[in-house]
Write a protein that binds this ligand. Structure first.
Ligand code: HEM
Ligand SMILES: *[C@@H]1O[C@H](CO)[C@@H](O)[C@H](O)[C@H]1NC(C)=O
Ligand SMILES: *[C@@H]1O[C@H](CO)[C@@H](O)[C@H](O)[C@H]1NC(C)=O
Ligand SMILES: *[C@@H]1O[C@H](CO)[C@@H](O)[C@H](O)[C@H]1NC(C)=O
Ligand SMILES: *[C@@H]1O[C@H](CO)[C@@H](O)[C@H](O)[C@H]1NC(C)=O
Length: 500
């Protein structure tokens, strides 16, 4: 009652108009005139700038070239959707640090939602409490001390059987290193996550690897993501929706099998032969959709990324005989001669190896762009306005080879450049992203890559088959979301002969 009489007071309206009118006025003016959008190339109706980025050199290259012209914060449109392309470390700091909170949700896609069991996961889930809880579970249960111990044990034994198998069967013959490393990483990740590798088994007619490859493709893009009004028709007509649905069914079939293979167990029942895996430890705490979604993230996040990086590292090592020699000397002196295995504590001492891996992640980040982000409230990047709904693509590939930061021959592979560099706190390279959404698997990934390289180079020397000089190794790349080698990395191992 009091309030009503307050409003009906005769002086209320004039006074409030007097007070608020200037604000309303300023607000409308500002909205009209002073929004300063980031610069970008001219666009066509309907498709926006799509025609400019679909070149044969890959979207990472075309967007990088465009950003040299329009600047490190560049606005383009794919279909009707605005995308802010970030291509310098100064801008990356603003996105991943200064305004991280306003820019850390993920863009919505139908397929991302479907394949993450309705956003029950970490990677595709919108920013919010559920994402935070799931990320905590992933960090403590999958990347915590207990699981890392198991991971390392499994890794050491799988690696030993791999080097033994190469020594017995593959010396002096050509092997496809990508296949070998991928299979190793699969075995290790699967055994720590589900207790077994499911190698050779099929789910709805597909192997686990085929299912993971397909999820990588289908979570990537769709017409409806860039044409919200009519894209769904194209997704339907082109069969995209059916493909996503088939992918989901296969993935779910696999994951349900994994859950069914895990009757309730607890610490008292676990044995050395069958230690508690990730599923055992989380089963009582998470719903089955949450558990499936987390496992999907691990499969999508850990396998190809670690493998591709290792393959790029070995490619660069083989192509640079000086680096190969220096690295092998370090590895062999840290391990000592005639050992039957290389273990984690040996690898911890290898400082040059760490620089080699870092240099690889600088020049060949497997993900050319960080995972998509979306602006949720207005902010300014590089002095330009970014409006809610704008999607962000941050080019890890471009930033790692930016001549303004990496002054001495940015495209040359030279691990020594890290000798006098202190960390990468200023986002000079961002293979794992940064801020709230940064990759939680950074340490696990780097130690995996280091360990595999140390082993393969301790026991063997590597040559390109067919008399091609090592320096002439082809380094062409392709692909999205991951930048892979165009030609498989096929090399011939010979056994290292100890001289002393
Ligand atoms: C060389 C190996 C790897 C690379 C280069 C890599 C790279 C990345 C990048 C660039 C992002 C997006 C960061 C951002 O948006 O700012 C990411 C996110 C993520 N990665 Fe990795 N990753 C690697 C290995 C792993 C491993 C081993 C795991 C295992 C658990 C993992 C799990 C994840 C997850 C769950 C996310 C989503 C995080 C979130 O949205 O909160 N990654 N990774
Ligand atoms: C990008 O720029 C480089 C050097 O300026 C040029 O060689 C290359 O062809 C360009 N690529 C694209 C896709 O525009
Ligand atoms: C591989 O080749 C080297 C040198 O040509 C030779 O000494 C060695 O016996 C060969 N090893 C096998 C297993 O064929
Ligand atoms: C583990 O399971 C056994 C039987 O299923 C039960 O008796 C025991 O109390 C459980 N232990 C814990 C720590 O939950
Ligand atoms: C690793 O290997 C070295 C030498 O082979 C050995 O001295 C050391 O005890 C091993 N460390 C572990 C943790 O097994």
């Amino acid at each position: 009652m009091e309030i009503l009489s307050f409003f009906s007071n005769s002086w209320f309206l004039p006074i409030s108009l007097l007070v608020f009118l200037p604000y309303i006025f300023i607000y409308t003016i500002r909205r009209k005139s002073s929004i300063k959008l980031p610069p970008g190339p001219q666009r066509l109706p309907i498709i926006g700038n799509l025609h400019q980025v679909l070149g044969s050199e890959g979207i990472h290259q075309t967007l990088w070239n465009l950003s040299q012209k329009y600047g490190p914060a560049m606005l383009v449109r794919f279909g009707s959707q605005p995308f802010l392309i970030i291509s310098s470390s100064e801008m990356a700091v603003e996105v991943l640090k200064t305004h991280d909170q306003k820019l850390c949700t993920r863009p919505y896609t139908e397929s991302g939602k479907r394949l993450s069991f309705n956003h029950m996961d970490v990677a595709f889930a919108p920013h919010g409490d559920h994402w935070r809880d799931m990320r905590k579970v992933l960090v403590s249960e999958f990347l915590g001390a207990k699981r890392i111990r198991l991971y390392k044990n499994v890794m050491e034994s799988e690696m030993e059987s791999l080097t033994r198998s190469i020594s017995l069967h593959s010396l002096n013959t050509t092997i496809n290193l990508e296949d070998v490393i991928l299979s190793l990483v699969y075995d290790v990740v699967c055994k720590t996550t589900f207790g077994k590798s499911y190698k050779g088994e099929k789910f709805n007619g597909r192997t686990l690897k085929e299912i993971v490859d397909e999820t990588l493709v289908t979570t990537g893009a769709s017409f409806s993501a860039i044409f919200p009004t009519f894209g769904w028709i194209l997704d339907e007509l082109t069969g995209w929706n059916r493909r996503v649905e088939k992918c989901f069914t296969d993935l779910d079939c696999f994951l349900q099998r994994v859950l069914d293979d895990h009757p309730d167990r607890n610490e008292t029942k676990s044995t050395d032969d069958q230690p508690m895996d990730f599923i055992d430890d989380c089963k009582s705490r998470l719903t089955s959709d949450e558990l499936k979604a987390l496992v999907m993230n691990v499969l999508e996040g850990a396998l190809d990324t670690s493998t591709i990086t290792t393959v790029w590292a070995i490619s660069e090592i083989v192509r640079n005989p000086r680096i190969m020699l220096k690295l092998q000397n370090e590895i062999r002196s840290c391990v000592g001669s005639r050992k039957s295995s290389v273990n984690e504590s040996d690898v911890a001492k290898m400082t040059y190896l760490k620089m080699v891996v870092k240099e690889t992640l600088r020049l060949h980040p497997p993900a050319a762009f960080l995972m998509g982000r979306e602006c949720t409230s207005p902010c300014q990047i590089g002095g330009f306005d970014v409006l809610p709904g704008t999607k962000l693509m941050v080019t890890a590939w471009g930033i790692g080879r930016d001549p303004r930061i990496w002054k001495e021959n940015p495209t040359e592979f030279r691990p020594e450049r890290f000798e006098n560099m202190e960390g990468d706190k200023n986002f000079e390279m961002i293979p794992f992203g940064g801020g709230r959404r940064a990759c939680p698997g950074t340490n696990m990934a780097t130690s995996t890559i280091e360990f595999v390289i140390a082993n393969l180079l301790y026991f063997f020397n590597w040559k390109i088959p067919g008399g091609v000089k090592n320096e002439d190794l082809d380094m062409k790349l392709y692909g999205f979301p991951f930048l892979r080698r165009t030609t498989p990395l096929c090399l011939v191992p010979t056994k290292h002969i100890w001289q002393d």
